[in-house]
Design a binder for this molecule. Sequence first.
Ligand code: ZN
Length: 456
Amino acid sequence: MSPPVQEELNGDTAYVSLLHGDRVEFWLYALMLGHRLRQLDQATPRVLLVARPTEDYAAPFLEGMSYKCLQALWEVRPVDLVDAAAADKTRRKRHRYVFTKLRVFEVPYKHIMFFDLDVVVRRDPSELFKVSAPAGMYHGRWDRSEFASHGGLLPQEAFEKDDCVRGCVNAGLLRLDPPVTSVERRELLDEMLREVAKLKEDDQSYLPEQYFLVKQIPNWHHIKVAWNCEVNPRWSVVERHKGNSKLEKCREVIKAELPRDWFELCETQEQLRSVGMFHFSGLWLQPWWYLNMPPTEAHQQLKKQFDKRDPPGMVALAVAEWLLAAQELKESAVFSEDETYCFKQQLGMLERTAEKWWDGVQSCNACGAIQDDYDESCEECEVSAHLARVVERSESATVSTSKGRRQNWDLGGNKKRRQRKKAEKDSMELAESRCRRPSPALRPRIQETFASVNLV
Ligand SMILES: [Zn+2]
């Protein structure tokens, strides 16, 4: 372990983000976030943590012109990766390095706002420094509607009750106050890294760092949904196993498992436009897939593609705004001539990848919309048919109860405690995997294309 670095505080407040891996789209996301934050609040410094290379891990963005581009918009701070493959439940171990996020506690500023890269910020976020740290948007099944408002303290029972995990905070946007002295910062980080090293398969989760953070640090405050609005359709189709059968699968239309205020945000266009930040969490949609289209065209296509699944048009608005942010960066004068050349080359490569990709995607025979992942009728048509059936049923006044399908959380008794704990965990993770499901038909294509793309 390296000796503690004596480092004084650089300042009062900072925006911080983290870039790791070698995916060009995340490098672009980092540039866009830096640019957007600079546009909205020029006064607050921006610090980008970038993972250093290891033996089996390249760090192309800490070299050459890619690095220079990042430095044009961020104070770049190289950091060592934190690897916790054991705590990552995803099959491809795509979260194994997420604990590198803990390096945020090394950043020598008193008050920090941490952002994930897959976001588009729409309002000056400096007002969030008024929220007491630590803070993040609550994610879980505890009903916070009557208790924790924006900035309110989340009780311990929101995260854990009777040994059952009930929630965490969404780590896409965090308010944190690292300790003031470099020695304290180092001690806190070392302590947390020791805990990370202890994580076993039992602690596996789809969102490992989020559960870890609320376990390690007490007294979390809630950040309202409008500041970390997860881009999601209201309705989607999931495929799941039928009863106990491992072979038979059925498809089911489900409503997004998101809190009430998320749905309220979509009630009116005015509400939707009040969103401070859209967050493209999960793999099901990446805004750069639409880079080949002008923002207005992408907006129209997505409105049509998600007409029934996303009536207020959140998906369309969020992607269009992200494209607009990309366009603003392209037209800005933040880069030198060499940097501009590098930036445009990489952006052009992503635009061509997006173009090629949509070329091969078929339209639905029934509705003409881009087909997601089903060959007879598209997901949009499935949701549309489902909603029509629901209306029909309610019109014929058939009373149906959802009791049978609801999970029973109150099994009660010590004997059943383990059972309940497991059921609760499984259900939580199912909910997470549901709202974050990838679109099977589209995913492999992008993987294939990317294997052949090399950074210049
Ligand atoms: Zn269709």
